[in-house]
Design a protein around this ligand. Sequence first.
Ligand SMILES: [Mg+2]
Length: 190
Amino acid sequence: MRFGFDIDDTLINLREHAFHIYNKKLGKEIGLEVFKELKRVEIHEPFGMTAEEGSQMWKNTLEDIYYTDCPAFPGAVELLQELERQGHEIYYITARYQEHGERTKKWLLEHGFPVHDDRFFWGMKDHEKVNTIKQLHLDFYFDDKPEILETLTDQKVKVFLKDQSYNRHVKMPRIVSWPKYKDFIRELAD
Ligand SMILES: [Mg+2]
């Protein structure tokens, strides 16, 4: 089968990682309980930043956010490795900008994710992911952003939302934590 995955906040815990970096850079100690209650994707509000300051902070910190030691969600690497071993095809579809494609691919490989050059797609806007996903004839696609999955409702692909504090209001099949391979396949069949 053909599995498509978003990367940030679907397979890896990027925003939480960024939250720690913000605390360190700004000399603050804002607790994770605040992070876990955020109702939006952006993380700047608890640090008292405006939207503009927040977006500048994200840009200035992006190098650290993307390429340091951001942890994968528990079970994600193991699951994808097992999917690969079982002969399934794994595709990555990320909105990370053009200039981050090659390094992101390398970072994923270094952190144990199975990546094939021709199954890695990046540099599109969120709402453009639908075109790539359509062309790939995926069986399953996983993302943390409901707006992306909603663009796919008329497609054959079966979509799942990666559970996050900002998407709990949406009713969609949901992956709370990455299960073991056998449980995963069983869950998809339901
Ligand atoms: Mg994402």
